[in-house]
Design a binder for this molecule. Structure first.
Ligand code: PRP
Length: 204
């Protein structure tokens, strides 16, 4: 039997969407309770389950040759991968948000933004010529405007229900974010035949 390809998948809401897409293409897998590695039913893949923000690290070091990940996460790492296949699920938007009804002040200059996406936020606003102060958070970013840590946040918005539940709104969409199959470049070079077979199975 051929050696399986190694694929890192992120925990969280993207996982279920990946699992569903793969099963529609005949690649079935599941993780036993609390287990973090699994093989698919065809033996094509060894899958490891990692924290979303750690996924690029595993692929960069070749622990997993392949990964499925949002562009937001990759951007923060500054790492370079082969982008092999865009998926039509998991798409989201990265947005500047604030309290409902306050709108964007004419001048964001010097204002504070709380975010998980510090690199993206810095590059975006500084690229526009708007210096902003950035406070790094790792989650529950919506609390920042409510509790007075920062008037604005930059965060992912998918359904908008988290914003709504916290009386916040989108002020501006900064970027559409897609989900891709990525590869470690040297792993792709040495496994491109098997990887291309996988791409042919997965693409619509
Ligand atoms: C993400 C994001 C928002 C929420 C948006 O958080 O940071 O908080 O999802 O989704 P919605 O528009 O569908 O409500 P995640 O669930 O990854 O948790 P986190 O707050 O720990 O980052």
């Amino acid at each position: 039997m051929k050696e399986p390809l190694t694929l890192a998948l992120p925990k969280g809401r993207l996982f279920k969407q990946v699992q569903k897409h793969f099963s529609e293409k005949g690649i079935i897998f599941d993780f036993e309770d609390r287990k973090l590695t699994a093989y698919d039913s065809k033996g094509l893949l060894k899958i490891i389950l990692v924290k979303n923000s750690d996924l690029p690290t595993y692929v960069n070091y070749g622990i997993a040759g392949l990964g499925i990940c949002g562009e937001d996460v990759i951007y923060e790492t500054g790492l370079k991968f082969n982008n092999l296949l865009p998926f039509d699920f998991g798409g989201t938007k990265i947005c500047l948000c604030g309290k409902q009804g306050e709108g964007e002040k004419k001048d964001l200059n010097g204002l504070t933004i709380a975010t998980k996406f510090t690199e993206f936020t810095k590059d975006f606003f500084h690229g526009e010529g708007t210096p902003v102060k950035i406070i790094k958070l790792n989650g529950s970013v919506e609390l920042a405007p409510i509790l007075g840590l920062a008037p604005y946040i930059v965060d992912l918005v998918e359904t908008g229900s988290t914003l709504k539940a916290n009386n916040l709104e989108v002020i501006r969409t900064l970027k559409e974010i897609g989900v891709n199959l990525i590869a470690n470049p040297s792993y792709y070079k040495t496994n491109y035949e098997k990887i291309n077979e996988l791409i042919n199975i997965l693409k619509d």
